[in-house]
Ligand binder design. Structure first.
Ligand code: IDP
Ligand code: CA
Length: 496
C-alpha cells in the first residue's frame, strides 16, 4: 500500500527538468572543482637559479655552488649548497712568488662547476671570490703581490661563461657577519620570533666570534646592526687576525724560541715526534711580533714531549689579558660582552674537535681526554690513524689545546656555557661558513622586511575553496528540494 505513492512521487521528482538540470550542473561543478584542485596542486617543474662563491682561505680555496627556486628568492632557508670542490694545493696567498699560476690553480674546480650548472643558466650565474686572512696578511707584507694575485684569479674567473662579480679581500668584520648570517639563515632563525645563534669560525690565519648581545657594544668597530625579515639585531663581532690555528702555532713556537736553544722541547707535540723546522717559516709571518728576538740559526729541532697541561700554559701566553680600555675585554685589549645564547662552532673548530672526539664532551672531560691524547707516543698515533695526512695529525694536540684555551680563556666560555657550543660542519646539507651569507647579501636575497605572503599556503587555499563549494552545493540542492519538491524531498531524503 505504501510503496506505490512513493514510486509515483519519485518519478514525478525526476521528471522535473529543472531538478535534473540543477543536479547535472552540480555534478559537473564538483567534477570541475576537484579537477582544478588536483591540476593546480600538481608539482610544477621548478626553475632554479645558481650562484658560485670561492672561499679563498689562508690554507686552501674551496668552490661552493648554491641553488634556489627562482620564484622563492626572498624566503629564508630556500638557498642550498648543491656542490663543493676543494682546490688542489695551498691557498691563493701562497702564489705570491708566482702570481701567474694563482688563477690556473682554480681550473679543475671551476670546470667542474661548469658541468654542474645547466648551460642555459651559465650567463646569469654570479661568481664571487672572497679572500680571507691569508690575503689580509699578504696585503700587509706586500701590497703589490697581493694585488697581482687578486688580478690573476680575477682574470681567470672572467674567462668563464658565468657572470663575474668580483674578487676581493673581505674584512674580518664581514667574515664574522656573513658566518653569523649563514648559520642563522640555514637554521631558519630569522623567521618568527626565534632567537639566533652565535657563530664561531676558526681558520688558519684568523678566527671570528659573532653573536647577538643584549649588552651595549662599546666599541663601534665591533658593532653591527641588521634588520632582517622585519626584525632588528644588535650583533657583536670580532675577527682576530693571527689567531687562526696555523698562525697561533707560529706565535707559540716563536715564544718558545726566545730561550735561544736550537732544540725545542714542545709539550704540544706527541712524545717521540721530531722535526727540523725553519726559523724563517716561523718568523717570516707578519703575525710574529718584531718585539720578539729572531734566532740567528736557520733551523731548529722540535721534539715533542706530549704534555697538554704545559702546552696549555704555553698557548695562553700568546693572549694578552693585561690591558683593557673598555668595560670588559676578551684578550689583546679587544672589547667583548659576555657570551650569550647558543653558538655554532665550525670550520677548524669542527675538524679538530671532531677528530679528537670532543664534540659532545664537557669542558673538563675535554681537558682530560686531550691530556691522554697528547701523551700518546707519536708512533702509536701514526699507526692508529694511518689514513690521516701527517701534517694534520701532528698538530691535533696543539690545535685542540689552542681551541680550549681560546674558548675558555679568550672568550670566557665557562664550564656552564660550554654546553651551549655546538661543533658543526654542515646545517641541512650546506656548509657553515661565511660564503653563503656573502652571496645572500650581494644578491639581495635577505630583505629587511618580511616578504608579504598570503595567509594560507596555496594547497590550503584550494582545499578550503573545494570544501566550501561542496558545502554550498549541498545547501543549494537542499534549497532546490524545498522550493520545487517540498513534500517529496522531505519524505525521500535518500533520493538526494
Ligand atoms: O681535515 C682537517 N683537519 C684539520 N684541520 C683542517 C682540516 N681541513 C682544513 N683544516 C684547517 O682549517 C683551517 C682553514 O682555514 P682557512 O684556510 O679557511 O683560513 P682562513 O679562514 O684563516 O683564511 C686551516 O688551518 C686548515 O689547516
Ligand atoms: Ca676560513
Amino acid at each position: 500500500m505504501m510503496a506505490e505513492p512513493r514510486e509515483m512521487k519519485e518519478n514525478k521528482l525526476w521528471h522535473r527538468p529543472l531538478i535534473i538540470f540543477i543536479t547535472v550542473l552540480i555534478v559537473v561543478g564538483i567534477i570541475a572543482l576537484v579537477t582544478t584542485a588536483v591540476v593546480q596542486n600538481k608539482a610544477l617543474p621548478k626553475k632554479y637559479k645558481y650562484g658560485i662563491v670561492l672561499d679563498a682561505g689562508s690554507s686552501h680555496t674551496a668552490v661552493y655552488i648554491y641553488e634556489w627556486p627562482a620564484e622563492k628568492e626572498n624566503n629564508t632557508g630556500m638557498v642550498r649548497q648543491t656542490h663543493s670542490c676543494n682546490v688542489k694545493g695551498k691557498g691563493i696567498s701562497s702564489y705570491a712568488a708566482r702570481v701567474k699560476e694563482a688563477g690556473m690553480s682554480l681550473k679543475a674546480c671551476m670546470d667542474e662547476a661548469k658541468g654542474k650548472i645547466p648551460v642555459r643558466r651559465h650567463h646569469e650565474t654570479p661568481v664571487y671570490l672572497g679572500a680571507t686572512a691569508g690575503m689580509r696578511l699578504l696585503m700587509k707584507e706586500n701590497e703589490t703581490q697581493s694585488e697581482q694575485v687578486l688580478s690573476s684569479v680575477a682574470d681567470f674567473l672572467r674567462g668563464y661563461p658565468f657572470m663575474y662579480e668580483g674578487a676581493r679581500i673581505i674584512t674580518g668584520q664581514e667574515e664574522g657577519a656573513y658566518g653569523w648570517i649563514t648559520v642563522n639563515y640555514l637554521s631558519k632563525n630569522f623567521h618568527q620570533e626565534r632567537s639566533t645563534m652565535g657563530a664561531l669560525d676558526l681558520g688558519g690565519a684568523s678566527t671570528q666570534i659573532t653573536f647577538v648581545s643584549q649588552l651595549r657594544v662599546e666599541s663601534p668597530e665591533n658593532s653591527l646592526h641588521f634588520r632582517l625579515y622585519g626584525n632588528d639585531y644588535q650583533v657583536y663581532t670580532h675577527s682576530f687576525l693571527c689567531y687562526g690555528k696555523d698562525q697561533a702555532l707560529r706565535l707559540t713556537l716563536a715564544q718558545q724560541l726566545q730561550t735561544g736553544d736550537r732544540h725545542l722541547s714542545d709539550p704540544c707535540f706527541h712524545p717521540g715526534y721530531q722535526q727540523e723546522k725553519s726559523v724563517d717559516r716561523v718568523f717570516g709571518s707578519p703575525c710574529v711580533s718584531t718585539s720578539l728576538s729572531r734566532p740567528t740559526y736557520a733551523n731548529f729541532t722540535l721534539n715533542g714531549t706530549g704534555n697538554a697541561k704545559l702546552c696549555q700554559s704555553n698557548v695562553k701566553r700568546i693572549f694578552n689579558f693585561s690591558s683593557c680600555t673598555w668595560g670588559r675585554c676578551s684578550f689583546n685589549g679587544v672589547f667583548q660582552p659576555p657570551v650569550e645564547g647558543k653558538f655554532g662552532a665550525f670550520s677548524a673548530f669542527f675538524f679538530v674537535m671532531n677528530f679528537l672526539n670532543l664534540t659532545s664532551s664537557s669542558l673538563d672531560e675535554s681537558k682530560e681526554k686531550l691530556e691522554q691524547y697528547c701523551s700518546k707516543p707519536w708512533d702509536e698515533v701514526k699507526q692508529s690513524y694511518s689514513a690521516i695526512p701527517e701534517k694534520y695529525l701532528a698538530e691535533y694536540c696543539f690545535s685542540g689545546t689552542y681551541i680550549l684555551a681560546l674558548l675558555e680563556n679568550g672568550y670566557s666560555f665557562t664550564s656552564d656555557k660550554w654546553r651551549d657550543i655546538k661543533f658543526l660542519k654542515k646545517i641541512g646539507g650546506s656548509d657553515a661558513g661565511w660564503t653563503l651569507g656573502y652571496m645572500l647579501n650581494l644578491t639581495n636575497m635577505i630583505p629587511a622586511e618580511a616578504p608579504d605572503a598570503p595567509p594560507l599556503p596555496h594547497s590550503g587555499y584550494v582545499s578550503i575553496m573545494v570544501l566550501f563549494s561542496l558545502l554550498l552545493a549541498a545547501l543549494l540542492l537542499l534549497l532546490a528540494c524545498k522550493v520545487f519538491g517540498r513534500p517529496t524531498c522531505a519524505q525521500n531524503k535518500y533520493v538526494i
